[in-house]
Write a protein that binds this ligand. Structure first.
Ligand code: S3P
Length: 180
């Protein structure tokens, strides 16, 4: 018998990937994995400390190793970091046995969610609307790899989970299986 698909959440910082992922996993009775959290646990430092001590290049290589490591997982909801899909290898691995759902939000919404005191070195811990807008624009093409997108700007966690649930149900993906 085949194994069940993973549901993978991608998208910009502050779009709710971790909170939505945790709740969606509970609803679908799947295991929840947050790749940033896994990297933090593995290295024993938080994301800001990893960037500070080792730099972005090292973080991206740890991120890639983590994606490869979880590639064998099945029946999980996986929340990724905002930059994970910038690497086409990561996208290919994740798509191999998963459905990619992109969460989006307006720059103003992202700014209000990540706040000033954030654990987001890509925003250099001085998030501004300009910086967020330009980074979102730069990344838009990469997020197009998603099978489905939800604009989370005016939705709460439960509403976002419901939208994803309905999409999966409509596509017959709630109990979909993959080979291997
Ligand atoms: C990053 C997003 C972060 C984290 C790291 C880099 C990015 O994850 O992986 O700080 O490049 O967008 P979140 O999207 O969960 O904040």
């Amino acid at each position: 018998m085949g194994q069940q698909l993973n549901i993978i959440l991608i998208g910009f910082m502050g779009t709710g990937k971790s909170s939505v992922g945790r709740k969606l996993a509970r609803k679908l009775n799947k295991e929840f994995i947050d790749t940033d959290q896994e990297i933090e646990q593995l290295i024993g430092l938080n994301i800001t400390q990893i960037f500070k001590k080792y730099g972005e290049v090292r973080f991206r290589s740890e991120e890639k190793l983590m994606i490869e490591k979880i590639a064998s997982k099945r029946n999980c909801v996986i929340s990724t970091g905002g930059g994970t899909v910038l690497d086409p290898d990561n996208v290919a691995i994740l798509k191999n046995n998963g459905i990619l759902i992109c969460l989006t939000a307006s720059p103003a919404t992202v700014l209000s969610r990540v706040g000033k005191n954030n654990n987001r070195p890509m925003l250099k811990n001085k998030s501004s609307l300009e910086l967020i807008s330009s980074l979102i624009d730069e990344r838009k093409p990469y997020y197009k790899c998603a099978d489905f997108s939800v604009d989370t700007s005016d939705l709460d966690i439960d509403e976002i989970v419901e939208k994803i649930f309905l999409f999966l149900d409509e596509r017959g993906l709630l109990n979909a299986e993959v080979n291997g």
